[in-house]
Design a binder for this molecule. Structure first.
Ligand SMILES: [Zn+2]
Length: 276
């Protein structure tokens, strides 16, 4: 098995989104009041080159995100900025690696925020998996009110709703195997969104966590610092704790979507530090 990081452009958000400022409603309003932007952060998609077939985790950004400044949605319009060129989308980058659209067996989405589902159009032939609750929240006009962009989904998009079973995987109470070998597993990591999931890959004694937006960096996960947009603070904290417990229990490489160190951490198999 081989894991690859693909950077699909970059994004800037408010610092109060990356790390919570205050609590409760005030914490969520701070994202809008904050005048401070992060540096440009990478947006990664992941490729699992698995003997049972290629799996892509998240599809990254698309060039349509360059139009968000015209959106009617206040978050989309004012609280996020994107940078991406067409050949930085996930499809062209896969083709440069010799991977065509028919070569990708499964696409798994950690959640449906616009910088994770932005490359869906490149996967018309793949089996696409999205957690059932996330799909319900993101679709239709009500999804748009919530800041999702279902209007940008390809017309053929009808993902397979993924229901995590009650089989615990380590500290995660809900999980589902994505391969017959049982070495690629979707685990529930609620917080950033209520039905957010992460994909765990076990290879040669190392556990890789493709963590989506569970946290914006490894440092924040280790510190147990939640973000500014999670709906339920306790749920989000519990998820960060579970990842820390996993990393204490076994050698773990933690790979959040927007951590500038994720690609480097993957290529050097750098383990979660606090756990060592
Ligand atoms: Zn997100």
């Amino acid at each position: 098995m081989k894991l690859h990081a693909i950077q699909t452009g970059s994004v800037r958000i408010k610092t109060a989104q990356v790390q919570a400022q205050g609590r409760g409603l005030r914490r969520r309003l701070r994202v809008f009041a904050d005048k401070h932007w992060t540096d440009w952060l990478p947006t990664y998609a992941w490729v699992i080159d698995h003997p049972e077939g290629l799996i892509v985790v998240d599809t990254g950004q698309g060039t349509h995100l360059l139009e968000t400044a015209h959106s009617l949605h206040p978050y989309v319009r004012w609280e996020v900025m994107f940078r991406i060129e067409r050949d930085q989308e996930v499809g062209p980058q896969l083709r440069a690696m010799g991977v065509g659209p028919r070569d990708v067996k499964q696409v798994v989405l950690t959640h449906l925020h616009m910088d994770h589902d932005g490359g869906l159009a490149h996967f018309p032939h793949s089996d696409i998996l999205v957690s059932r609750g996330e799909l319900q929240v993101a679709r239709g006009w009500i999804g748009r009110v919530r800041g999702y962009l279902p209007n940008r989904w390809p017309t053929w998009f009808s993902p397979r709703p993924l229901d995590l079973g009650n089989d615990a995987f380590g500290p995660f109470p809900a999980s589902k195997r994505l391969t017959s070998a049982g070495d690629v597993i979707a685990v529930g990591t609620p917080g950033h969104t209520a039905d957010h999931l992460s994909v765990v890959v076990q290879d040669h004694g190392i556990t890789y966590v493709l963590a989506g937006d569970t946290s914006y960096s490894e440092r924040l996960m280790v510190a147990g610092e939640i973000d500014g947009v999670s709906a339920d603070e306790e749920v989000a904290r519990r998820t960060l704790r579970a990842i820390r417990d996993l990393a204490t229990d076994r050698p773990t490489v933690y790979l959040p979507t927007h951590d500038p160190e994720s690609a480097d951490r993957l290529s050097h198999r750098r383990l979660v530090a606090a756990a060592q």
